[in-house]
Design a protein around this ligand. Sequence first.
Ligand code: THG
Length: 266
Amino acid sequence: MQIIGEKINGTRKQVKQAIADRDVDFIQRLARRQAEAGSTWLDVNAGTPPDREPDDLVWLVETVQAVADVPLCLDSANPQALAAALKVVNQTPMINSISGEPQRLENVLPFVVEHGCSVIALAMDDKGIPESSEARLAVARRVLEATRAAGVPDARVYVDALTLTLSTDVQSAMLFCDTVRAVRAEYPDVHFVSGLSNISFGLPARSYINRAFLTLALAAGLDCAILDPLDRELKATLLAAELVLGRDRYCLTYTRAYRAGAFDKP
Ligand code: THG
């Protein structure tokens, strides 16, 4: 299971302020703590207007990689910001994201090829997020046709089947899981990722919903998640679910994490 630490995101109030103030300590603390908590990747999202985003993303990348020895997940739809960030990364990053939108394929896929990056592929296109798993599969097929044609191995593609909040579509999580199963049947080598927390937007006590969704999504084939790696209950849920799904040989990952104090007895 791969974890993308989500906390360095300029849509969060404190991070937005830290970017505006060039507060190195604040960002580096988030980077260090998420890396120590076992993040495979650290998401960096400046969340600033397009004219400022290249400078802000470069500053974030340089600030984070000075203290954290994990590759970055460059979270931007802006080709100028991605190009600038790719010039300064120390380790091959993940690009978040491409989609079935022809513009994004045309502008961003060349970076994936040139830099040998991994890439998140959203199951949506210029018409929006399809309403059925068949239609999301159709979008994924088009994106994977493009990545394959460009020579990108399926194992470097992370499909994000996307979730609307359950408060507007109560079938949203099941649609996500159906989409993962459908894509997995045709593309056994691709990875599956989700930004978990969207699923519970607008609902109370969101953490229970996020945990239930994580468990079911793991059963469907999710093997990467954008989440808060400092959330100990979520970490416990993740490790317990992987164990129950038979993916933790000899229960070693779970028991070692427990002994190391990664989570507490309930
Ligand atoms: N898919 C892909 N990329 C993504 C998302 C996705 N990138 C952005 C987002 N979704 C995932 N990242 C975050 C980062 C921070 C928070 C949630 C998702 C977060 N949310 C707080 C909460 O949920 O309570 C509120 C904000 C705050 O703390 O200020 O922290 O789906 N490919």
